[in-house]
Design a protein around this ligand. Structure first.
Ligand code: ATP
Ligand code: ATP
Lengths: 228, 228
């Protein structure tokens, strides 16, 4: 299971750290401000007061062992120096950093940060799209009658093809994808970390033990499947 | 077509305003800072320098005529006073406000703001979910071979049922929804502003002129349909 570090505990960093910890992952949270450390200490694996530029300190708390580091500090200079240290010196495989604007983001990309987050820009674009025309996925989430759910394939489906099970006729639901665990063929966290996703599976697709079915349909119909 | 106002042009407000304007909507952008107004003036319908608490000024620029107002100011007191003015005095139908934290958000809800946005919290949750396991929709967006597209139904499909067209066999794609314009039965902007969405349509669903097909499939297959 992945081991995460979050450096910088403003709203963004705090919520990333606590969300991951809630889902059962090991999280080390770092901030220069002792109050932030006190607030979060019972919610994460380790909360440590440190300056993000204290390279010796970061090494001592075992930061090179993390799989993913998230830099949630606005200050451009600090985030650039820290990103470079985490990628180049500590060789952390996957580094995510929050950027205040495109200029900041471009520099982070150049020094090899794996993923840049622009919280305000992303929320702004989602809101604008949503005000113009609610997206299908928002509809599915907002719809009081429909749901999009993921469930582990019930035993009675294992070994059968989608066609044989005939989800639409029997349950009136649409399987829009199957998530399947397979040894990962790439090192990337971006798409298929230990998991491949079969989008829009063919009716001839045979279900394997452990498959996760991603389904859309009316709530009462989905509940029937969940009871199998 | 909807008429929007955005008050407060930090990153969040600036991007909401420019995104809406790019899509062809009328946008009035307001900020107390003249530099922000200069930066945005050629990108929106009207950019006006005003204090958000200047009720007389807001009335004079015609703010009561907007359909949707977006308050993108962090300061809690200002955003609360402004929200109350826009809902109670100007009777603006749909007001969206950015909130810095849950406490701020709760007060805005109490005074009737229609939708609260928490940019940092939302981006943090999306990132956390995405780091744990890329969601199907991120996969579809990130996948280099698959796409999720929406297209206006080609003439040759109008009047036919999905079954008759047989998308899967002929094109190997999955229609996960149909967006259809119908007179709106509710006043809400939240779900179906002039548009109903048929999720996971039945094979017997007949396509009407103007239907928007929401489809998932391999890029080259989707391109075939787009050429019809
Ligand atoms: N050099 C540093 N070392 C460690 N922590 C730092 C350093 N500089 C800033 N921080 C911490 O980073 C956190 C985030 O601060 P920042 O100024 O980036 O933005 P913010 O506006 O609080 O963030 P958000 O938008 O996520 O709410 C703060 O808790 C701060 O104490
Ligand atoms: N009373 C006011 N009237 C009009 N504009 C205001 C008022 N107070 C602040 N603003 C404007 O609101 C904008 C947003 O400022 P704010 O302090 O909320 O946050 P920000 O950190 O710049 O926002 P973001 O997180 O979106 O980048 C600024 O451009 C500022 O000039």
């Amino acid at each position: 299971k992945k081991f995460f570090a979050v450096i910088g505990l403003g709203s963004f960093g705090y919520y990333v750290a606590t969300k991951l910890a809630e889902k059962g992952y090991e999280v080390i949270a770092i901030d220069i401000d002792e109050n932030k450390i006190d607030d979060i200490s019972n919610k994460v694996t380790h909360a440590i007061q440190l300056n993000a530029l204290d390279e010796k300190g970061l090494k001592e708390v075992g930061l090179m062992d993390v799989d993913v580091a998230i830099i949630a500090i606005k200050d451009i200079a600090t985030s650039i120096l820290l990103s470079s240290f985490l990628k180049e010196d500590l060789k952390i495989k996957y580094v995510v950093a929050k950027a205040s604007d495109q200029k900041h983001g471009k520099v982070l990309e150049k020094i090899g940060v794996d993923r840049i987050i622009y919280p305000e820009i992303e929320s702004a674009e989602r809101l604008a799209k949503n005000l113009i025309s609610p997206s299908i996925f928002d509809i599915i989430e907002l719809s009081s009658s429909h749901n999009l759910v993921e469930i582990k394939a019930p035993d009675i489906f294992v070994g059968k093809t989608l066609e044989e099970i005939d989800f639409r006729k029997r349950f009136d639901i649409n399987i829009i994808a199957i998530k399947r665990n397979q040894p990962s063929t790439t090192e990337t966290y971006k798409l298929s970390y230990e998991e491949s996703i079969i989008i829009s599976p063919s009716p001839k697709e045979r279900i394997i033990e452990g498959d996760i079915l991603v389904m859309v349909g009316l709530k009462e119909h989905l509940e029937k499947i969940e009871k199998l």
